[in-house]
Design a protein around this ligand. Structure first.
Ligand code: GLY
Ligand code: MN
Ligand code: MN
Length: 440
């Protein structure tokens, strides 16, 4: 199921084909982040580095050097060290990286300052992630200066520095069949976890207890970690877009909004479902919910090849504006309200984002100053919402503190799209049946 060695090789090849002649690309692994004395935050490899190598260790740098006779794919990594491995775990070491990850050449990372300048020398252009990490920026300049200081010996430092993101992220935007398969698996695991959360939810439980249910089911299905911090927001907490405290006791009369997805073999799922803690929607909750559901379904129908990136968003804006007018939460002419962006008081984010190795995945949304067209291989979220602030005294009290978002993951293909998250129930009838204990 995992991405095969040949696919990593193809990715490197394609990137090298996009690079200018006589250039080098340098990509650093993620570094471990200290939490407190001797304790680190969970390590997660940098997605660009992983995409090109499948290598998940920290303290590594990879270089792609098209046309280099002794090999184009060079890795610097931690050396084997039995004592350190006894404390911190297995290291592949340079030899292991050549054997298992297809590197043509590999060296201990401790020797990088002696070796890498020699690999850069004579190349006219360096591609790297400029300005993202001050330490790495400085390192690149140090390597270039090392070459410069040898200038009297005829060494030529590169004169051009270019952002690597533009090339690499364009590749990452188009998912292969193997990638979509992994994302589908991530989505199915996450959908099942949402069903489990609906099944166990009871009034007086704490939000973090639902979070624990989701994470337990991720892990039991083979996905150890969430792809981002899980949001479980009951009542007015559902109106806080990035609520992650998850600390409140939930009441029967409230909706709970859960935004949670697992990471499966490095690929993210990103699902939001909103359901009543007590098992039945109130008339007001249902009215808002049905508008968001209609916007979700209509936007998914527009996430097809040939439509521009903004089309699903435009459709969601129209349906939400019409719905809010019908309920009396907005007043006026729908076209004028859209023109004036009146919906933003209740729907303040966009309908979605790219999804992949990162939850907010890479790739440009505009090309040549136009919204880009959707194409097969792109994977995006569709996640309209309506959030009525608890303190919004411009609306009747019965509406206040209702927050609803419904988020699915959609893979564009030549026939239209596949909804990767379709196993996560979202109609009122389905949700109420699950919560009543009736098996669907
Ligand atoms: N979970 C983050 C998002 O929905 O964009
Ligand atoms: Mn989400
Ligand atoms: Mn999302």
């Amino acid at each position: 199921m995992a991405i095969k060695a040949e696919e990593y090789g193809r990715r490197r090849q394609r990137l090298m084909e996009m690079m200018e002649p006589n250039s080098i690309a340098i990509i650093a692994a993620a570094t471990e982040q200290l939490r407190s004395n001797d304790t680190y935050f969970p390590f997660r490899q940098n997605s660009d580095f992983y995409y090109l190598s499948g290598f998940a260790e920290p303290d590594a740098v990879l270089a792609l050097i098209p046309g280099r006779e002794q090999g184009e794919f060079v890795v610097f990594c931690r050396d084997k060290d039995p004592e350190k491995e006894a404390w911190d775990g297995y290291r592949h070491g340079p030899e292991g990286v050549c054997q298992q990850f297809g590197a043509d050449d590999a060296f201990p990372v401790d020797d990088i300052d002696d070796i890498l300048p020699g690999l850069i020398e004579g190349r006219t252009r360096i591609y790297y992630a400029m300005g993202r990490d001050k330490g790495f920026d400085r390192q690149v300049m140090d390597w270039v200066n090392t070459i410069r200081s040898n200038n009297h010996a005829g060494a030529a430092p590169p004169g051009e520095f270019q952002e690597l993101d533009h090339l690499l992220h364009e590749l990452r935007l188009y998912k292969s069949a193997a990638e979509v398969k992994l994302m589908h698996k991530a989505a199915k695991i996450s959908a099942q976890a949402h069903i489990e959360a609906m099944g166990v939810c009871k009034p007086e439980m704490y939000e973090y207890q639902l979070e624990a249910t989701l994470h337990y089911h991720f892990a039991m299905a083979g996905a150890r970690c969430p792809a981002y911090n899980t949001i479980v927001g009951a009542g007015a907490n559902g109106c806080v877009l990035h609520y992650v405290e998850n600390s409140k006791k939930m009441k029967a009369s409230e909706l709970v909004l859960i935004d949670a997805g697992c990471e499966y073999q490095y690929y993210a799922a990103d699902i939001t479902r909103t359901f009543p803690v007590g098992g039945r929607f109130s008339p007001e909750q249902k009215a808002i919910y049905e508008i968001v559901l209609k916007a979700n379904q209509a936007a998914i129908a527009e996430a097809v090849p040939g439509n521009h990136w903004d089309k699903p968003h435009e459709v969601s804006v129209r349906i939400i504006t019409e719905g809010l007018v019908e309920l009396g939460l907005l007043e006026g002419d729908v076209d004028q309200l859209i023109e004036a962006a009146a919906f933003r008081r209740f729907y303040m984010h966009r309908v979605g984002h790219w999804l992949g190795l990162d939850v907010h995945d890479v790739g440009d949304y505009r090309v040549d100053d136009q919204w880009r067209l959707l194409e097969p291989g792109m994977v995006m979220t569709i996640e309209p919402g309506i959030y009525i602030a608890p303190g919004d005294d411009s609306v009747a009290p019965k509406w206040r503190g209702i927050g609803v978002r419904i988020e699915d993951n959609v893979a564009i293909n030549k026939n239209g799209n596949t909804v990767l998250t379709e196993a996560a129930p979202k109609t009122v009838a389905e949700i109420e049946a699950i919560m009543a204990g009736n098996i669907l």
